[in-house]
Design a protein around this ligand. Structure first.
Ligand SMILES: [Zn+2]
Length: 160
């Protein structure tokens, strides 16, 4: 499951153990849950398969089921922690013309509530997703959030 797959865009952050160490706050057999390096809102999370694939169709059925189950497990906790009022965006950009920033399949979970800055500007959230990543903008330090979430999810990085 090491990601020795070449990526024309250069270094693949989701196959880089250094990034996983920094961002992961939960994992299952096939899936990592990462805090986004460039969050648009507090709690902005990424769900990625451990194996390098670039679309949903390339997942095996157990990987796909695990990915969806992980989203279903993580999201309610995330919404509670970040006081998201039963609301969140799930965002996936798949394929070269989708506006994706990384080829490695990733699904964003973005907790939302009625006080957040995108309340009346939902389209801007999608613009910012791309802008923050391209310009490497982080609106807050991710380390304290990762620490907090690791405690909630009782997660310790094992040897890898
Ligand atoms: Zn990858």
């Amino acid at each position: 499951m090491s990601g020795k797959v070449s990526n024309k865009r250069g270094k693949d952050p989701f196959c880089d153990p250094g990034n996983i160490m920094k961002q992961a706050y939960y994992e299952t057999k096939y899936t990592y849950v990462l805090y986004n390096l460039y969050p648009v809102i507090k709690g902005h999370t990424l769900i990625i398969p451990k194996r390098h694939v670039s679309d949903l169709e390339s997942l095996t059925r157990p990987e796909a089921v695990d990915m969806i189950d992980t989203i279903r497990y993580v999201t309610p906790k995330l919404l509670k922690i970040y006081k998201a009022d039963s609301s969140y965006n799930l965002v996936a950009q798949i394929g070269p013309y989708s506006g994706r920033s990384q080829e490695h399949l990733h699904i964003h979970i973005i907790p939302r509530n009625k006080y957040d800055m995108y309340r009346d500007y939902n389209d801007r959230l999608y613009e910012d997703l791309r802008k923050y990543e391209l310009k490497r903008i982080a609106i807050h330090k991710i380390e304290p959030e990762v620490e907090k979430l690791r405690k909630v999810f009782k997660y310790k990085l094992g040897p890898r």
